[in-house]
Design a protein around this ligand. Structure first.
Ligand code: ADP
Ligand code: MG
Length: 319
């Protein structure tokens, strides 16, 4: 049986050229650039809550890092370093090698260096902390949106929710969309290039991890606004083509969670710039509604003009 330190050395110790000190001491030393703010985010994936026991470990390694990169993207911050805390039931080296490959794959894709962590025995629990940088004052928080701003969402929210409905409840999906939805669930692609490009454009931003409407409510709370979301503007067509029930597709899109798309507000004068950005990135950006003056009042407008409060918002671990 390899020791804890052999496992760390074998699977998690890699050169971290931009750190002053990486894995191997009591703590890492990081040279934060002058004129920037350090942006820090932690996310935990717990077996049984966030993933199933038989999930491919390589994809799990990717996702452990990716969900935190998504938080940096949502702050318009550039990823720099990461630490990784893992609790594992046994020193299964086949599992560890695949998991570590996924971790480093994601780190390399988004410019992160792994500089430390912790490795213990226990129920499987995976936790990455990421450190990013943003020029002082340029982070995009949840708090500076204004009534009259447009509401935008990137990509195709709802796919991860549909994948879960497929895995847990046996909901049938056509072949092409099943693959797409499973990839969205297991290997989310953080919208980093988009987040960085929205500096100075978005007035507020977050990543959709717990359901689009539930996450939109966080912007409303922090910015002191309301919102009207236009049902007709939601990117529902591609999901509905899956063959799944239309109501289920709509629920997954609005409240499914685990999407890691970016949801942001921006003044209408930026519409042209946002459309140009969408074309440049090859990433659909959907203008799905507008912020209003009615504090924290979130309404859905149907295609026929009727306004109603949403039926579901998203996922809450303790609700
Ligand atoms: P300490 O006991 O001083 O906290 P540890 O024995 O936990 O240190 O870890 C030894 C070194 O290995 C530290 O630099 C720590 O950051 C690093 N490390 C431990 N586990 C991991 C991991 N899963 N990924 C990356 N680095 C790790
Ligand atoms: Mg120590």
């Amino acid at each position: 049986m390899p020791s804890e330190f052999e496992l760390i050395g074998r699977y998690f110790e890699r050169p971290a050229p931009t750190a002053d000190l990486g894995v191997g001491d009591d703590a890492a030393l990081l040279p934060v650039s002058a004129g920037t703010q350090l942006v820090v985010s932690t996310d935990m994936l717990v077996e049984g809550t966030h993933f199933l026991a038989d999930t491919d470990p390589r994809l799990l390694g990717w996702k452990t890092v990716a969900v935190s990169v998504s938080d940096l993207a949502a702050m318009a911050a550039r990823p720099r370093w990461a630490t990784l805390a893992v609790s594992l039931p046994a020193a299964d080296e086949t599992w560890l090698a695949a998991f570590a490959a996924g971790v480093f794959d994601c780190c390399e894709s988004f410019g992160l260096e792994l500089v430390g962590g912790d490795t213990t025995r226990g129920p499987r629990n995976l936790c990455a902390t990421v450190f990013g940088e943003v020029p002082r004052g340029q982070a995009v928080t949840r708090a500076a949106a204004r009534p009259g701003d447009d509401i935008w969402v990137s990509g195709q929210p709802g796919r991860a929710g549909l994948a879960l409905a497929h895995l847990m409840d046996g909901v049938a999906l056509c072949d092409r969309l099943r693959e797409e939805c499973l990839a969205a669930l297991h290997q989310p692609r953080p919208r980093l290039a988009l987040g960085l490009a929205l500096r100075g454009v978005a007035s507020a931003m977050l990543d959709v991890s717990d359901g689009l409407l539930g996450d939109l409510r966080h912007i409303l709370e922090c910015s002191g606004t309301g919102a009207i979301v236009e049902a007709a503007a939601l990117p529902l067509a591609a999901l509905a083509a899956s063959g799944a029930d239309a109501a289920l597709c709509r629920r997954c899109l609005l409240a499914g969670g685990d999407d890691y798309e970016l949801l942001f507000a921006a003044p209408p004068r930026h519409r042209g710039a946002i459309e140009a950005l969408s074309a440049r990135l090859g990433l659909p950006l959907h203008r799905i509604g507008e912020l209003t003056r009615e504090r924290e009042r979130l309404m859905l407008r149907e295609a026929d003009g009727t306004l109603a409060a949403p039926a579901a918002y998203g996922y809450d671990h303790f609700a």
